[in-house]
Each structure stands twice: as structure tokens, then as C-alpha cells.
Write a protein that binds this ligand. Structure first.
Ligand code: GLN
Ligand code: ZN
Length: 780
């Protein structure tokens, strides 16, 4: 009796390990400090620990092949032999060296995958981009028109066998072929990778057959593309694939996993597929349960994704139980599994490691381990085993109640300020045309003004000083002194090389979001709450748990000090509300748009203080605005409306003669250019150097009225661009924009670069601006 529970699946576990063991194993191997065998042993240890952890927590459907040494999309490319020629592979098993070259590039151009390495040093890494709307990055598969596929890695089968030999019957996880092809790209942008489906399927069939032969009863095929806007050809591809698998491997049951949203208009397609099970995300789209219950085939197993795999909040299990029980009674227990909404890859491993967190806040949280426990509790309760579960259900309801009422979350001042927002707070006092005249007169900048995006190199010296300060080895005064010295040096140097608008260098900032989070109330920080960003890179997102306010100025001292050293304008640097929101784990008891407003008011306070301290130029970075776009286009407008509104609230308090800048580091603006224009920043700096200014098309064709700094220096590469090269880029920009609109700056902040690269690059950049100015004067 006591073992009765609904089956509990996890879909996938974090791979990095509770203490980032994978990161350290990888980095030691890459540095040549450990052997391939040692790396593989560490990886096997992590897999075993994950299987054991899941079983001991009570999960009953345990995945295999959810592990990856770098990225599961890259694993899939390697599995099917989609390996571009530059990597010099010709058939046979793919070596670890080839695998990591695809991930990170070869030679010293290697920039941990963030950049295309410099061609002079061997092949570049594959391109990297964000996995749906998460902050996990995958390696973009590359296909040729005449692409052929062959089974080139038996990883899924090997890991299935490995688990089995250790006593774990697992459900092997594969990316579904349609999602895989749709995530890829081809050199010819007009080519549709779905045309490769017929060549690809035999490889998948090989894998599925082998899994079945090894004793697999189920496999999990992830097709998150089903929550996107799909055209008929994609839907047709899904039908073709799963009909083919049903015929080719009839004994194997497929659990088709969808996540990150609602199936919506793809629901009929999904339900008509000849699959044995369907996983649906009931956190982002709880309303789809009814429709599915109504129309799903009566023998279709449903995996209900009821615990949030994307966020860190503890669930109110009692409430969830009350909501689910009727549906499960209707469906019948024997065709239901419960699961997180998606793989647990996107949240940290174990809350129990956090000993310093505020006791109440900790009681409101759940990481992977805690979420599996929640599932097993819920599974018992839903299976009618109330005795075991009722105490836990009650505890979880109490925690939810306490959270709701807590003064740590609710700040009446914040609520009051939000209620008092009126129309005047949504826009600057005067139009851009008026403002720009006043700013021109006040700042007296030359044509093609030069500036940078904010940060200067975060050297080992600065990082170790920060670490010493955190450990108490360096006093506040000593640390402050050291930062001041760095700032002074940077200011002096910027003056020397002749930049027009200076920055203080952001030496005091660990991270553009964390720095602000630590100074705002409403945020908590973990010690071990790491989440994989890509490969060995992990991030520790702040946890935004309560009403946000700004107790004290955050940046005024650093800015004032820098400005006191020079007559040239020093641009003050802030991170915008949308970026703070998108790079944090955000509370869900109120709307995201409301949280955005709260942060916007806090940043607004900072703008006021900076302005009162004398700042003439203030930059509000919105690096993450675009990546917050919803997966479905129909929801874009709502998001963009509140996101733009958040930015405007920050900047509305700026006087007409205060110049507001913003910065965005990406290159696709065509589809959001109207929203960008609505932000009404006086100046926007963007990433353009690699795309050769192509993205300026959007700004021109939409007659973008304000000023723009298209990046002329690709800061993702160690390469130092020549003056002539940057002049060429500016010349291209001048074909699209008028001279009075243009600023000259790098693509992004320089914190990841070395001073040896930054110095000559910026000297060349200033020279480029000067030469073009001189030519302009000569023409007149
Ligand atoms: N001001 C920040 C910097 O210069 C901007 C970084 C970013 O956009 N990612 O580092
Ligand atoms: Zn940037």
C-alpha cells in the first residue's frame, strides 16, 4: 500500500553536478591537466549519481542520454554525422577532439564557443544560440543541401546500456528529428532543412531499433517545436516521422515530449500522431489539460508536466492536488504520469546546499532535488495514498500561505508607487527633435562621436581583488581604493586616446544584473545555484522574490568619481528593467509586467540621482530585451508593450538636455524595430560589425529617427580591427543613415577582452572617426 504512487518522470536532469563537477572536469581536460579517460570517468560518475539520486528521491521513470559533455544538440549532430567539412571528419566514430572543436573552435581563437574563432587558427566553433526562450545555449546544427547522414555516435545506446548494467531501466531521451532539423541552418538561407528528413530518418530508426533490441520499452523524443507557430510543412513532417517510426519500430513506445508552452493550434496534429505517450507543459499552459482530456485517444499515456522546470519556486501541492485530482479521475490513473514541465536542466541542483539563504526565502524555494520530492509526494496523493502525503501537502500549503502574507515580499510603498504611475511617467517631456537640439548645445560633441559600451577588461587582478574582498581579506576601504585607481587609469587613458564620451569602466561590477540585484531589495542570491549556460559555463541567476525597491543610490559614487577626473562627459551606466527581469528567476505570484514596473521605478530613482549629481549622459542597457520575446508571435505585442513601457518609465524622468542611451547586443531588429523606436532613447548602440552593417536596413527602412551607434569592433574575437576596416564599416553605415545620426563604438562591453587587444582597437577606432571627420570638413 505504502508504495502506491503515480509514475513520476523527470524528463532530464541538470548535468553539471551539484558542485559544478562537470565544469571542472572539462576545464581540466581542456587545459591538458587530465586525460580523456579521466574526463570520461568523471562524466560516468555524474550520470550514475543522477540516476541514483532520482531513484532515491522516488522518481520511477528515469531518463538516460540526458547527459552531455557539452550540449545535447551538438550530440545529436554528431550522432547523425551532421559534421561540416571544416572539422576534417570522414566517417567512423567522432573523436572527442572533433567534438570539442565543433563546440569551441580550434587554436587560440577559441573563445568558449561565444565567437567564431579567427580563421587563421583552425576551424571556428559552430554557431551558438539560445534554446527556445531559455538561457541555455545550443550549438546550431549546420546542413548542406546535399547533406547525408549516418550513425556516427552510439552515445544514446551506450548510455542506455550503461544505466541498465548499473541496474537502471531508463527512458532514453533523443531530440526529435523535426525539432532537430528546424533548429539547424544551412549556408543557403533559402534552403529548408526539413527537406533532409527522408535522409535523416534511417539513422533515427537505427538508434530506435538498437534501443529496442537492448530492451528499451520506451524512448522519449523531445519535439518542443510543437509549441511554436508551425506551418503545414512542419506539421506534415511530424506526421511523416511518427508514422514512419510506428511502422519501422513497432514494439517501441514513444513518449513525445512537448514543453515551454501550449500546443494550441498544433494540438490536433500532436494528438493524431501514432505515439504511445504525450508529455505536455501544464505550467506554462495549464488550460490545455481540459482539451487534451476531452480528445486524446483513450490508450494514449499522458505525461503531465505539473511542476515548473523553469523556475525555482516551491509549489503549493495542496492546490495542485485539488486541481489535478478530477482530471486524473477522469483519465484513469493507469494512463497518467506526472513530471516537471520540462527537463530540470534549467534549474539548480539542490537547495539543501544553500545554508546562508534567509530562512523564509529558502522555505519558498525548490531546486531539482526538491522538485522531484514534490512530484513523488503529489504522485502518492493522487494515487490515493493520502496517509503518506497529507502532512507534506499541508506543509506546502502553509509555506505558500506564509509566503503570500510575508512582509519580505509585500512592500506597501512599492504598491503605492505603482498605483501612482500616470501618463506623464510614460514619456520624456519633449520630442526627440527638441531634446536633441538641447543636448547638442550642451554636449558640443563632434560629428561621429566616439564612445564605448561601458565595461573595460575585467583583469585577473580585479577579479582576484573582488574575491579577496568577498572573503574579507581586503577591507572595504582597500577595495574601494583599488577600484578608484583602476577607474582613474581608465579615464586618463580614454582622454589620452581622444574618445569623446568616456565611461568609468564598470570595474566594480561582477555582472550587469547581479550588481544591481545585490543593491535592490527583493532579491536573494545563492551560493551554489548554478545553471548551465553553455558547455562548462554556468550562471547563478538572482532570485527575485519580493517587491523591488532601491534603498540607496547604486552607481552615483562610481560615476561621480570618474566625472571628477575629467572635463569630458562620462556616461553613467545602468542595467534596464527588462534585462534584470530576463536574467533572474522571477516570482510568479504577480505578473511579470508588474515586476518590470517595480524594477523600472527603482532604476528611475537612480536616473534622478545621477542627473542631480550632474550626469549629462545616462545609458540604460537592455541587452536581453529581444530574448524575452514569447515563443508565439501572437504574444509579442503584449510583451513588447510592457517591456518598452518599463524602459520609458526609467527614462521619463530625464530632463530634455540629459541624453539617454541604450544598448542592445544582437543583430536582429527587423521584426521589433517599431518597439525599439518606441523606446525613444536618444542614442542606441547595437551589434553590427560581423553582419557588415546589414541590420541597419531595418533602421533605414523604418526611418528610425534617433541616433545610432552601430558597432564597428567585434568584441567577441581577440582580433584587433584596423582603422581602414572600421572606416569601411562606417562608410557602409553612412549609406543607410545620416551623418548626424551616427555614433562610433564597439559592438558591446569590453570586459571579456584583454587590455592588449582593447588598447590598439580603440586607438584605431578613434583614428577612423577622425579621418572621416577630416574628410567631411575637406568636402565642405
Ligand atoms: N554596459 C555593459 C558592458 O559594457 C553592457 C553589456 C551587455 O550588453 N551585455 O559590459
Ligand atoms: Zn552588449
Amino acid at each position: 500500500m505504502s508504495n502506491i504512487s503515480l509514475p513520476v518522470a523527470t524528463l532530464g536532469m541538470p548535468r553539471i553536478g551539484p558542485r559544478r563537477e562537470l565544469k571542472f572536469a572539462l576545464e581540466s581536460y581542456w587545459a591538458g591537466k587530465s586525460s580523456e579517460a579521466q574526463l570520461l570517468e568523471a562524466a560516468a560518475g555524474l550520470r550514475l549519481a543522477n540516476w541514483a539520486r532520482q531513484r532515491s528521491l522516488g522518481a520511477t521513470i528515469i531518463p538516460s542520454n540526458d547527459f552531455s559533455l557539452y550540449d545535447h544538440v551538438l550530440d545529436t549532430s554528431v550522432m547523425v554525422g551532421a559534421i561540416p567539412d571544416v572539422y576534417g571528419w570522414d566517417a567512423g566514430p567522432v573523436s572527442l577532439k572533433t567534438y570539442f572543436t565543433m563546440a569551441r573552435g580550434a587554436g587560440d581563437g577559441q573563445d568558449a564557443g561565444l565567437a567564431h574563432a579567427d580563421d587563421r587558427h583552425g576551424p571556428a566553433a559552430q554557431e551558438m544560440t539560445k534554446w527556445f526562450d531559455t538561457n541555455y545555449h545550443y550549438m546550431v546544427p549546420e546542413f548542406r543541401k546535399d547533406q547525408t547522414f549516418e550513425l556516427s555516435s552510439r552515445k544514446p545506446i551506450e548510455e542506455y546500456e550503461e544505466a541498465k548494467s548499473l541496474g537502471y531501466q531508463t527512458r532514453c531521451v533523443l531530440i526529435g528529428p523535426v525539432t532537430f532539423l528546424k533548429l539547424g541552418k544551412s549556408a543557403d538561407p533559402a534552403f529548408n532543412p526539413l527537406l533532409l528528413l527522408d535522409q535523416l530518418l534511417p539513422v533515427y530508426v537505427d538508434v530506435l531499433r538498437e534501443l529496442a533490441a537492448q530492451g528499451a520499452e520506451w524512448v522519449q523524443l523531445d519535439e518542443p517545436c510543437l509549441v511554436l507557430d508551425l506551418d503545414e510543412s512542419s506539421r506534415g513532417a511530424l506526421r511523416r516521422v511518427y508514422a514512419h517510426f510506428a511502422k519501422a519500430v513497432p514494439g517501441l513506445k514513444i513518449m513525445l515530449a512537448t514543453y515551454f508552452g501550449s500546443l494550441a493550434d498544433n494540438l490536433d496534429t500532436a494528438l493524431a500522431l501514432p505515439i504511445a505517450g504525450l508529455h505536455v507543459d501544464l505550467v506554462r499552459a495549464s488550460d490545455q489539460l481540459n482539451a487534451i482530456t476531452e480528445v486524446a485517444r483513450s490508450d494514449l499515456v499522458l505525461s503531465l508536466g505539473v511542476i515548473d522546470g523553469r523556475n525555482v519556486w516551491r509549489c503549493n501541492l495542496q492546490e495542485l492536488f485539488d486541481r489535478l485530482a478530477p482530471a486524473i479521475a477522469k483519465l484513469g490513473r493507469d494512463r497518467v504520469e506526472i513530471a516537471p514541465s520540462c527537463s530540470l536542466l534549467h534549474i539548480p541542483v539542490d537547495l539543501d546546499l544553500e545554508n546562508h539563504l534567509d530562512h523564509d526565502v529558502k522555505n519558498w524555494l525548490a531546486f531539482s532535488v526538491q522538485k522531484i520530492k514534490e512530484l513523488t509526494t503529489l504522485g502518492s496523493a493522487l494515487a490515493g495514498n493520502q496517509a503518506r502525503a497529507s502532512r507534506l501537502l499541508a506543509a506546502s500549503r502553509r509555506a505558500a500561505g506564509a509566503r503570500q502574507r510575508s512582509s519580505k515580499i509585500n512592500n506597501p510603498n512599492v504598491t503605492g508607487r505603482l498605483a501612482a504611475i500616470d501618463q506623464t511617467m510614460h514619456c520624456r517631456r519633449s520630442s526627440y527633435a527638441t531634446r536633441t537640439e538641447l543636448q547638442r548645445a550642451r554636449l558640443a560633441l563632434p560629428v561621429f562621436p566616439t564612445t564605448t559600451i561601458g565595461s573595460f577588461p575585467q583583469t585577473a587582478y580585479i577579479r582576484s581583488a573582488r574575491a579577496s574582498h568577498a572573503q574579507g581579506k581586503l577591507s572595504d576601504a582597500q577595495y574601494d581604493q583599488l577600484l578608484k585607481a583602476e577607474t582613474a587609469r581608465a579615464v586618463r587613458w580614454q582622454e589620452e586616446i581622444g574618445l569623446d564620451v568616456l565611461v568609468h569602466g564598470e570595474f566594480e561590477r561582477n555582472d550587469m544584473v547581479q550588481y544591481f540585484g545585490e543593491r535592490l531589495s527583493g532579491f536573494a542570491f545563492t551560493k551554489h545555484g548554478w545553471v548551465q549556460s553553455y558547455g562548462s559555463r554556468c550562471v547563478r541567476p538572482p532570485i527575485l522574490f519580493g517587491d523591488v525597491s532601491r534603498p540607496n543610490p547604486m552607481t552615483v559614487d562610481c560615476w561621480s568619481y570618474a566625472q571628477s577626473l575629467t572635463k569630458k562627459p562620462v556616461k553613467a551606466m545602468l542595467t534596464g528593467p527588462v534585462t534584470i527581469l530576463n536574467w533572474s528567476f522571477v516570482r510568479e505570484d504577480i505578473l511579470r509586467s508588474e515586476v518590470c514596473l517595480q524594477i523600472a521605478l527603482a532604476i528611475q530613482d537612480e536616473v534622478v540621482d545621477l542627473q542631480n549629481a550632474g550626469a549629462k549622459i545616462i545609458q540604460i542597457d537592455e541587452a536581453a530585451l529581444r530574448e524575452g520575446l514569447p515563443l508565439r508571435k501572437s504574444q509579442w505585442k503584449r510583451y513588447l508593450d510592457w517591456a518598452v513601457n518599463g524602459f520609458r518609465i526609467c527614462s521619463s524622468v530625464a530632463a530634455d538636455e540629459t541624453q539617454i542611451h541604450t544598448h542592445m547586443c544582437y543583430s536582429e531588429f527587423n521584426d521589433i524595430i517599431d518597439a525599439i523606436a518606441e523606446m525613444d532613447a536618444d542614442v542606441i548602440s547595437i551589434e553590427t560589425s560581423r553582419s557588415k552593417m546589414e541590420l541597419l536596413d531595418a533602421f533605414r527602412s523604418h526611418k528610425y529617427p534617433n541616433q545610432i551607434g552601430p558597432g564597428v569592433y567585434d568584441i567577441h574575437s581577440p582580433r584587433v580591427p584596423e582603422t581602414a576596416e572600421m572606416k569601411n564599416l562606417i562608410t557602409l553605415a553612412r549609406q543607410q543613415l545620416s551623418d548626424c545620426q551616427l555614433w562610433i563604438n564597439p559592438d558591446c562591453g569590453l570586459k571579456t577582452r584583454k587590455w592588449e587587444e582593447v588598447r590598439p582597437a580603440l586607438v584605431n577606432m578613434v583614428a577612423a572617426a577622425r579621418e572621416l571627420r577630416a574628410a567631411l570638413i575637406a568636402q565642405r
